[in-house]
Design a binder for this molecule. Structure first.
Ligand SMILES: Cc1ncc(COP(=O)(O)O)c(C=O)c1O
Length: 385
């Protein structure tokens, strides 16, 4: 069995007519900019907030590294605050750090679970500090019936992590007044980049139906990619979180590239209610099988939470990921590294999460049989050892 880590693209979703329904937030937000990837929005927002003079942005010590890179590339100084093993921030620490009058507070909602964003918002409002909600991992998640990303002054979303689209990062402005990115002109992305990623998503779909054929075609695609590299035909990647920060995903000259028109067309055709429902069902299905037998950082699933992955804690993350991949389960290692130098400022809980937190796919294309298969395979790892 093959369980892909990201949602796959069914060929039929490229065809067909747009259903007559309105799109949910953030697609309905009146002030939004659609970038190729979210880091473009983060970089331009940090510049618009005047960070080029070295102004301080408060950011969590547990992060992907990409968002910190983008804020620093804009000229900001980053001051880290701690994240606990339950993926939650410490309000008392934030209160103390806000006394430093930072240029902005950057809050990440991890894997769909909301931070205490109402309290953080109040803290920021009382001190006149802009709040940026990072919803890269929390598209469609809600707190008390209100979408994450509507609380902060600004919010960023990474669409291709939750949806079968080839690229896309949204920056939303919730405040009135002048548009923060008013005069920004975005460039079109290259067609080759889009076609390459769409092909990959289609092949993942095929492989989830026919393991052998899909795997063979994927190998063919890798050869095609290698050939394009040799011919010097560049593609702009999505999801590049390599720790070297020297790969094409970290080219500052490419941060003004727009989401491709293909994404907009696909986004119109998705059933967002069904996506959130399936993710929740999958989470509850795995939780029912694994709770009490595997260490879980979060067992709770409040109403409205749309989980990105099913997080588990394992003694040896690399070995567990390897073993699961060998059985066809694309487990995700979010995140083995942070931004260089964060180790000197990170708390023990962030270090613990980097060493032990492993994510299992529970997206909308994962069905009950795959959930059962994953539960069996995870239990075979004897992860509580
Ligand atoms: C929490 C978080 N924020 C922002 C980003 C940046 O997203 P993108 O890769 O679309 O630039 C990432 C990417 O992994 C992320 O995990």
């Amino acid at each position: 069995m093959y369980v892909p880590c990201w949602p796959v693209l069914a060929p039929l979703s490229l065809l067909g007519r747009r259903p007559a329904r309105s799109l949910p937030f953030p697609f309905s937000a009146s002030r939004r900019h659609a970038f190729y990837v979210a880091r473009g929005g983060i970089y331009h927002l940090a510049r618009a907030l005047g960070c080029a003079d070295g102004g301080t942005v408060l950011m969590p010590d547990y992060h992907s590294g990409t968002e910190v890179w983008a804020v620093r590339a804009a000229g900001a100084t980053v001051r880290y605050y701690h994240v606990g093993r339950d993926l939650q921030v410490d309000l008392e620490e934030l209160k103390t750090l806000c006394e430093l009058r930072p240029r902005a507070l950057y809050l990440i909602h991890f894997l769909g679970w909301p931070q205490p964003v109402k309290e953080v918002k109040r803290l920021c409002q009382e001190r006149g500090i802009p709040l940026i909600e990072d919803c890269a991992l929390s598209l469609l998640s809600q707190l008390d019936g209100r979408p994450l990303g509507t609380f902060g002054d600004f919010a960023v979303f990474c669409l291709y992590k939750s949806l079968p689209v080839p690229n896309g990062g949204l920056l939303v402005q919730n405040t009135n007044g002048p548009s923060a990115l008013g005069g920004l002109d975005l460039r079109r992305c290259s067609r080759t980049s889009v076609v390459a990623r769409i092909t990959e998503l289609l092949l993942m779909w095929l492989r989830s139906r026919s393991e052998r054929l899909g795997a063979a075609l994927m190998r063919g695609k890798r050869v095609a990619g290698w050939t394009l590299d040799r011919l010097g035909i560049a593609r702009l990647p999505v999801g590049d979180i390599s720790p070297e920060f020297s790969t094409p995903g970290y080219d500052i000259g490419k941060l003004d590239i727009a989401m491709s028109p293909w994404c907009a067309a696909l986004l119109d055709r998705l059933d967002y209610g069904a996506i959130a429902r399936r993710r929740r069902e999958n989470f509850l299905g795995l939780a029912g099988r694994l709770a009490g037998r595997v260490a879980l950082p979060r067992r709770d699933l409040q109403e409205g939470v749309c989980p990105l992955f099913f997080p588990i804690l394992v003694p040896d993350k690399a070995a567990a990921a390897r073993a699961l991949r060998a059985r066809g389960i694309e487990a995700v290692e979010f995140w083995n590294y942070g931004h260089p130098g964060v180790e000197d400022h990170a708390g023990p809980d962030a270090a613990f999460l980097r060493r032990h937190l492993l994510e299992l796919p529970i997206h909308q294309d994962v069905g009950p049989a795959q959930i059962e298969f994953m539960a069996e395979q995870v239990l075979r790892l004897n992860p509580c050892a």
